[in-house]
Design a protein around this ligand. Structure first.
Ligand SMILES: CC(C)(COP(=O)(O)OP(=O)(O)OC[C@H]1O[C@@H](n2cnc3c(N)ncnc32)[C@H](O)[C@@H]1OP(=O)(O)O)[C@@H](O)C(=O)NCCC(=O)NCCS
Length: 167
């Protein structure tokens, strides 16, 4: 079973390799941005490692309810957060279907961890809505609040959905 641990800077190439396997070209985020995110919010990152190395990851950061991270933008860590924003969850094809994504999310949201905030939020992409619903998330009735976040959501591919979860 893959081991979970916080991400490190020397995981960058392996994380980008997993990203390349999981997303189409239009959704690839630049290495410099991924590294900056790790530096901005190291306590709310996880990687999963099997014998071949990193096979999954989860990026999150302390944010506020209603705010959406634009695709490709750095994390804007909130000084007074009320929401853990899950920006990117990906599992390499070799590790799919074994409950790894569920483990990563549960670990991140567990009480007493750095990521533990009352609410969690995310933008569901690539038909992942049902996965997130099974993890306790629901399509947010109001959607993102401010114009910048609405524009950020519109910058994702069709079908992107703002979802939130209360404890
Ligand atoms: C979505 C993703 C992370 C799931 O990874 P995974 O490790 O295969 O998921 P798990 O094995 O933990 O699956 C948990 C449950 O969710 C289901 N599930 C997995 N992916 C799903 C999806 N896209 N839609 C609906 N259900 C899904 C599984 O069948 C499983 O349910 P079960 O236990 O009843 O069989 C993976 O498909 C992935 O990396 N996709 C590409 C990146 C992506 O789109 N990420 C989502 C960003 S919002």
């Amino acid at each position: 079973m893959p081991l979970l641990r916080p991400m490190r800077a020397d995981d960058l190439d392996a994380v980008l390799a997993v990203q390349a396997q999981c997303y189409p070209p239009a959704m690839q985020e630049a290495g410099a941005v991924v590294l900056a995110r790790l530096r901005a919010a190291p306590a709310t990152t996880l990687v999963a490692c099997d014998a071949a190395g990193v096979c999954g990851y989860l990026f999150a950061y302390p944010s506020v309810y209603g705010k959406v991270t634009p695709l490709g933008a750095p994390f804007d860590v909130a000084p007074v957060p009320d929401t853990l924003y899950l920006h990117d969850l990906a599992v390499a094809p070799r590790a799919l279907g074994s409950g790894l994504a569920r483990r990563l999310v549960r670990r991140m949201l567990a009480p007493g961890t750095a990521g533990a905030l009352a609410r969690a939020a995310l933008v569901s992409v690539q038909d992942s809505r049902a996965f997130w619903e099974a993890m306790g998330f629901a399509a947010d009735r109001d959607g993102p609040a401010d114009p910048a976040s609405r524009a950020a959501l519109a910058g994702y591919p069709d079908g992107a959905l703002y979802m939130t979860r209360l404890p």
